[in-house]
Design a protein around this ligand. Structure first.
Ligand SMILES: [Zn+2]
Length: 270
């Protein structure tokens, strides 16, 4: 676990800042939707107020020794080639990230996490993940972590948001149940996960006592499962999902969390 701090100096006091996390890209999976991934990446690059992060499972990494492997499981069958494909697809984004950092501006990519498809492999360790992210100026948090985002206007602090982020853990349960379990011992405004390949969001209230007003306060929290970039079934091919009864396929895509520091609010949309 680690954390990152992002300072955003707004051009206009009512600027809205968006975070669209790219999780579960699964480079090497023949079912990957690369077209959608590149489309979202272009949208992120085209909007100076739109940021991203890597939510884990960047690589599919199902190799012949893996019990999940089959002749159809991987289109690359090499961790080196999957890493190369990930880097090639994100070349423009990584360039922009380093350019912004060199100018002392907030990075385009707020954090990077490992997913089960990376870290459960004995060939992948902490140092391997650092080597994946840090040459591109991406702060590696581990499997979960925190991000503090602070908004300034004309050098005056306007609003702070705390993000608790994880790739996601376990199987079987629903994304929202898993997010609620993650939330149990963490204090944040926004809780984000991937892993379930299923976009899902919820708004809840938590309660606290405020010494300034000497009253209890209600505080909104946002729970979001950020989606994925893989299809469930490969048209014209036999695939794993067809042989599972209880799993619900969902369309690929991401959610966007929008921060409105001027109104002190934050929201999401799919
Ligand atoms: Zn995944």
């Amino acid at each position: 676990m680690d954390s990152n701090y992002i300072r955003i100096d707004m051009n206009k006091n009512d600027d809205i800042t968006h975070l669209e996390v790219m999780s579960d890209e699964h480079f090497g999976d023949p079912k990957q939707d690369l077209g959608l991934l590149l489309k979202r990446q272009n949208a992120i690059l085209d909007d100076p107020n739109r940021y991203t992060a890597f939510g884990g499972d960047m690589l599919n990494n199902i190799m012949p020794k893996d019990k999940r492997w089959s002749l159809d499981a991987s289109s690359l069958n090499s961790l080196t080639l999957e890493k190369q494909a990930w880097q090639d697809a994100h070349e423009e984004l990584f360039k922009e990230n380093l350019k912004l950092l060199n100018k002392g501006k907030p990075p385009k990519i707020w954090y990077g996490l490992d997913g089960n498809h990376e870290i459960n492999d004995y060939n992948v360790d902490h140092h391997w993940m650092v080597e994946l992210f840090e040459p591109h100026g991406i702060k590696y948090l581990g499997s979960s972590g925190f991000v503090g985002v602070e908004f300034f206007y004309k050098n005056k602090a306007i609003r702070r948001y705390k993000l608790a982020v994880a790739h996601g853990f376990g199987g079987g349960s629903s994304p929202l149940k898993s997010l609620e379990n993650f939330m149990e011992n963490k204090i944040a405004d926004v809780y984000l996960m991937g892993h379930f390949h299923h976009k899902a969001t919820d708004e809840q209230l938590v309660f606290d006592y405020d010494w300034k007003t000497k009253e209890y306060v209600e505080r909104k929290v946002l729970l979001g499962n950020t989606g994925n970039f893989t299809n469930s079934i490969l048209r014209g091919n036999t695939s794993w999902f067809e042989r599972r009864n209880k799993l619900k396929p969902s369309p690929p895509g991401t959610i966007t969390v929008s921060f409105n520091p001027y109104e002190g609010d934050f929201n999401w949309h799919g």
